[in-house]
Design a binder for this molecule. Structure first.
Ligand code: BDR
Ligand code: CA
Length: 311
């Protein structure tokens, strides 16, 4: 398999970090464009730079928009990821620098320079992608694929609004712009994530067997694991890692449905909900390949390799 070339839009974030470790092990990373989301943009940019230092690669980092497109966010996810987004370890100031170009502009430029070659992987609120699309609606024609971690396709979300998943709930208008503009994309939702959690004991063995990447990830994931235990969530949950696994190797998908998907923008209780036309009643052309199951053993093998713990 040729190594995919990835443009990763991300708000690191613990599971974003695992996703980027997977990308590093299995693909080529063209750039990281950074969104606000899990925590504020200053932290997510700094965390991206920390990851670039860890991977010892010359990966460009582009800072994006610090706020959602329209409304102030209702919540961030610091209660899961830590106040700094990386488990509050207190890492030293990273050496990697931020490029002098806005994330949305970098997405447009890089896809113009390499038309049809880059897989765009969206692991964050979709603010940067929406801005890029508003500037240049031709963006979808220049990417090889779009893979998005977002949504809760039967309404079992993970935010203060029951049906809303975080990446959509943080910036619903941006998700609306992206879902309307792209004629086709892979959608990895929160509910699929919960079905693909890792067994805690197995994960601990991988962390113990791995290299410096496992040491790093074991430290930053501790806060999120404690949160999940105290909220009756089973196993090690890594939404963005699942999306990245599908981006790197779509052949791991064992069950998916192609459906039209939209975002609720106005609901009093439902703003940010993912609305799926499961029965095709609206007559819209389905644009989302909704990933329902992947080969879990192959997903685990990708994570083990990303941690330096391949058997
Ligand atoms: C998504 O929200 C964030 O907290 C995670 O990094 C992931 O991208 C899961 O709902
Ligand atoms: Ca994320």
């Amino acid at each position: 398999m040729t190594r995919p070339q990835l443009l990763i839009d991300t708000d690191p974030g613990v599971d974003d970090a695992l996703a980027i470790l997977i990308a590093h092990a299995h693909a080529d990373i063209a750039a990281l464009s950074i969104a606000a989301g899990n925590v504020g943009l200053d932290h997510t940019v700094r965390n991206a730079r920390t990851l670039v230092d860890l991977l010892d690669r010359d990966i460009p980092v582009f800072a994006g928009c610090a706020t959602p497109l329209v409304r102030e966010p209702e919540e961030d996810a610091a209660f899961v990821h830590g106040a700094d987004g990386f488990g509050d370890i207190g890492f030293a100031e990273p050496a990697a620098v931020v490029a002098d170009e806005a994330a949305a502009l970098a997405l447009l430029r890089l896809t113009r320079e390499r038309p049809g070659q880059l897989t765009l992987v969206a692991l964050a609120p979709l603010t940067n992608l929406a801005l890029a699309l508003r500037l240049d609606p031709g963006l979808p024609q220049r990417v090889a694929r779009l893979v998005v971690m977002a949504g809760a396709v039967t309404g079992h979300g993970n935010t203060g609004r029951i049906p809303a998943e975080f990446n959509i709930g943080f910036d619903p208008e941006a998700a609306h712009v992206v879902f309307q503009a792209f004629p086709e994309f892979d959608l990895i939702d929160w509910e699929a994530t919960l079905r693909h959690a890792f067994d805690d004991d197995a994960f601990d063995r991988w962390l113990a067997a791995g290299d410096h990447r496992a040491d790093f990830f074991g430290r930053i994931v501790a806060t999120a694991r404690s949160y999940n235990v105290s909220h009756r969530r089973r196993g090690v949950i890594a939404a963005d890692a699942l999306a990245m696994a599908v981006a790197v190797d779509p052949s791991i998908v064992t069950r998916s449905e192609r459906r039209a998907v939209a975002v609720e923008l106005d609901g009093r209780l439902t703003r940010g909900a993912t609305v799926v036309d499961w029965d095709g009643r609206l007559g819209r052309t389905p644009q989302a390949h909704i990933v329902l199951e992947v080969d879990h053993a192959r997903f685990e093998a990708m994570v083990r390799r990303a941690l330096g713990a391949a058997e």
